[in-house]
Design a protein around this ligand. Structure first.
Ligand code: GH3
Ligand code: MG
Ligand code: MG
Ligand code: MG
Length: 312
């Protein structure tokens, strides 16, 4: 049985994701200078279904965070080269880890010492020797909350698509992946046509319905490995992996046609909306910025040539 949801935010996330698959396994980084102790705690968490990485030398913390991207750090409080408090202080200096939960495993019962640990932003203490069920419950609760918060932060609240910041990050990671796998990566920049006029004529709410409709059709038509971002107000970015620009052009043209046939209503008025799109591709362009700029240039050309079209 699942524990009760800690926050209503989880319900908001489910609504945003609309049946998209959520990453399942929670990732936990276990830091302990004693390998047997680390292995024991790891085993408890793994048996509860979590993905665990062990770190025995706390000086490797930043690399471990970067490579493993955990949802929670479970750290021993006393280690020879670096105390748990020092460890937390190092982690908290970096903006991307300010809200990463850190839980101490410790035999420390001294209130003053626990308090000074709390001051560097530690989420809680679990006393050793651990009761496996308690350890699992304490970790799952905090790690799930972190996972939910991260997912919400990466999404746009109107459409549930990736927001500008996470789309930009994914352009970089997808490009690196494409280079590694020697695969194509297609970037599509897509912008609604004369959208200002739609807002002016039919109201902002009707405009919002158009944005939601487009995001739904994109979700339903693209593969789960493709990335769909709301890049700006009425501008979307698609990252399509392992396809040719020619294939992407056909796909986006089909989407364009189907979208243009949707009849929107606002009061008694009925209206349609179209989009223009520009396409670029790795390996034609080999940097994230040049890929995006090339897709932008193609989009600009599509607009100049009369809108409601796709340019490669
Ligand atoms: P073009 O075909 O050249 O792209 O013309 P356009 O009117 O679409 O472009 P412009 O950049 O002039 O206007 C974009 C409009 O998108 C203006 C802005 O109010 C609207 N917009 C941006 N974000 C939202 C939103 O979240 N909801 C609604 N309803 N409108 C939005
Ligand atoms: Mg120790
Ligand atoms: Mg526009
Ligand atoms: Mg625009």
């Amino acid at each position: 049985t699942k524990p009760a949801r800690a926050l209503d935010l989880a319900a908001k996330l489910d609504e945003l994701l609309e049946g998209d698959s959520r990453e399942e396994q929670l990732r936990i980084l276990v830091v302990d200078d004693e390998p047997e102790v680390a292995a024991y705690h790891s085993l408890i968490l793994q048996e509860a279904g979590m993905s665990v990485r062990q770190l025995h030398d706390p000086s490797g913390i930043l690399d471990a965070l970067q490579q493993f991207n955990p949802d929670l750090v479970l750290a021993d409080m006393y280690m020879p080269r670096c105390t748990g408090v020092e460890l937390a202080a190092i982690v908290r200096q970096l903006p991307e880890y300010v809200s990463l939960p850190i839980v101490y495993l410790s035999s420390e019962t001294n209130r003053q010492k626990q308090f000074s640990a709390m001051q560097v932003g530690v989420e809680g203490f679990i006393t050793k020797p651990v009761v496996p069920e308690e350890l699992v419950a304490a970790v799952v609760l905090r790690a799930e909350r972190m996972r939910t918060l991260r997912a919400l932060m990466s999404r746009d609240s109107l459409t549930g698509l990736y927001n500008h910041t996470s789309t930009t990050e994914m352009l970089h990671t997808s490009l690196a992946q494409a280079m590694r796998l020697e695969e194509n990566l297609v970037v599509v920049m897509l912008d609604l046509d004369n959208f200002k006029a739609i807002n002016d004529l039919h109201g902002h709410m009707a405009g919002d319905q158009v944005l939601i409709a487009l995001s739904r059709i994109l979700r339903h038509r693209l593969r789960s490995s493709d990335i769909i971002g709301r890049y700006g107000g009425e501008e979307f970015a698609l990252l399509l992996k392992g396809v040719t620009p020619g294939y992407a052009e056909k796909l986006v043209n089909q989407l364009r046609e189907d979208f243009s046939n949707i009849a929107f209503t606002a009061g008694k008025a009925r209206f349609n909306c179209t989009f223009s799109a520009g396409i670029s591709c790795y390996p034609d362009y080999t940097h994230a910025d040049s890929l995006r700029l090339a897709a932008d240039r193609a989009l600009y050309q599509a607009k100049n040539q009369g809108r409601n079209q796709v340019v490669v």
